[in-house]
Design a binder for this molecule. Structure first.
Ligand code: HEM
Length: 408
């Protein structure tokens, strides 16, 4: 493959897992790569670990608010609403100091202490998730095992009753899977349903406050003002998507990696206490569920010796940074003992560093420990079905089998 074969907008190439080959060529030959776009404007691509980190940390020069976080530009004139413009309203689409004010509202729900308190609840839920399938001896790993814990955790934190968690699952899938022909859901409808659900829940919490994020958000003030209805809606949407799509896919990629590297699975089983922490980070590096984010330059600058104009799109590819040969020995080797493991799957630092990193690690530790201890002979019963997307590295289905066992 050479540079003229690179096409980072073709989601099919990500389904076929060809992106790793494209990024290997880019890291070697063109670490700051100019890519054409059908809109005629084109965009820059940053693919090396150090450079992704550099862009990620400079929130002043590389803005999340100016052009949003997706490669696609916003239309000059608002269209029929199909592409909701969240800039300046959703935390992920704001820059400091506004971002700092938003982030303070939810930070407390995600500290190591809060996650520690939640961990016993999540440990019990993990047992039940495995109980639900263990007698069957077969499952779709994604739907039956990987999806449940992130969903239950985020529902609990947000204040969504557990019996409604499948609504969150559907909405977040419909919001993210827009490039995949299998997802027939309309993202606009999903957003509207999520908003009206949020309004009902907010009204209930107004009467009956609870120890959850929605209660905090409806009572929060930013510089004397309450959050507007739209700000509240977008907070709930961000948490639903970010809390679900990422950890679920890390879990599925991780299981597939363990099943296709049986010596690594055996090593993890040989001493779970010793290996679980490094295994979880290697799984996160290997999966890198958020493939990229986009920034927009707020002033002319120079990057890797090239002049970048103000207002340029700059796309930072975490999936490439986490296979950077200059940082990782044998980056294409899945090694649960990897140390150091300086992956940047949660972001390369800076204001937007993943709010849920502690939670995601806790969830992954719990589910893999439970599987190792209770379903040690899990095997593949088919190949993974990958999500068609150049934004989220997703697995839609992963059939697995094992010797049926008893409930706990
Ligand atoms: C393996 C799992 C996860 C991965 C790989 C991941 C990845 C990321 C990345 C790459 C960012 C952007 C960082 C940046 O721009 O510098 C981010 C931000 C964020 N993540 Fe995660 N995430 C994961 C799990 C979670 C979970 C479980 C939650 C729970 C709510 C969550 C909530 C968020 C939020 C709210 C933001 C935006 C933070 C901000 O704008 O300040 N993430 N995540």
């Amino acid at each position: 493959m050479n540079l003229k074969d690179i096409d980072l907008l073709d989601a099919d190439r990500f389904v076929r897992m060809e992106h790793h080959e494209m990024f290997t060529v880019l890291r070697e030959e063109s670490p700051l790569f100019w890519h054409d776009h059908p809109d005629g404007l084109g965009f820059w691509n940053v693919v090396k670990h150090a450079d992704v980190r550099h862009v990620n940390r400079d929130n002043e020069l590389f803005s999340s608010e100016a052009g949003g976080i997706s490669i696609e530009n916003y239309a000059e004139e608002p269209d029929n609403g199909a592409h909701v413009d969240q800039r300046g309203l959703n935390m992920l689409y704001t820059d400091p100091p506004k971002h700092t004010r938003y982030r303070r509202l939810v930070n407390k729900g995600f500290t190591p202490r809060m996650i520690g308190l939640l961990e016993q609840f999540l440990a019990n839920r993990t047992k039940l998730i495995v109980d639900n399938v263990i007698e069957q001896g077969e499952a779709d790993f994604v739907g039956d095992l990987a999806a449940e814990l992130p969903l239950q955790a985020i529902a609990e934190i947000m204040g969504v009753p557990q019996e409604d968690r499948h609504l969150l699952f559907k909405w977040s899938n419909d919001l993210i899977g827009t490039d995949d022909p299998e997802f027939k859901g309309d993202p606009l409808v999903a957003a509207m349903e999520l908003y009206s659900y949020t309004h009902e829940l907010a009204a209930q919490r107004g009467i009956d406050p609870q120890d959850d994020i929605i209660t905090k958000l409806i009572n929060a003030e930013i510089e004397g003002d309450r959050l507007t209805e739209t700000e509240l809606d977008l907070f709930m949407m961000l948490l639903a998507v970010a809390g679900n799509e990422t950890t679920r896919n890390a879990t599925s990629h991780g299981m597939y990696a363990l099943l296709t590297h049986p010596e690594q699975f055996a090593l993890l089983q040989s001493d779970i206490d010793t290996y679980i922490d490094s295994a979880v980070d290697e799984i996160i590096r290997w999966a890198t569920p958020v493939l990229h984010f986009r920034r927009t330059t707020t002033a002319p600058t120079e990057l890797l010796g090239k002049e970048i104009q103000k207002g340029s799109r700059v796309v930072i590819w975490y999936i490439s940074a986490n296979r950077d040969e200059e940082v990782f020995d044998d980056p294409f080797t899945f090694d649960i003992t990897r140390s150091p493991n300086d992956h940047i799957a949660f972001g390369g630092g800076g204001a937007h560093y993943c709010l849920g990193a502690n939670l995601a690690r806790a969830e992954l530790r719990l589910i893999f420990r439970e599987i190792v201890e209770r379903i040690p002979d899990m095997r593949l019963a088919g190949e993974p079905d990958y999500l068609r997307s150049n934004f989220i590295g997703g697995i839609k289905r992963l059939p697995v089998i094992w010797t049926p066992g008893p409930k706990s």
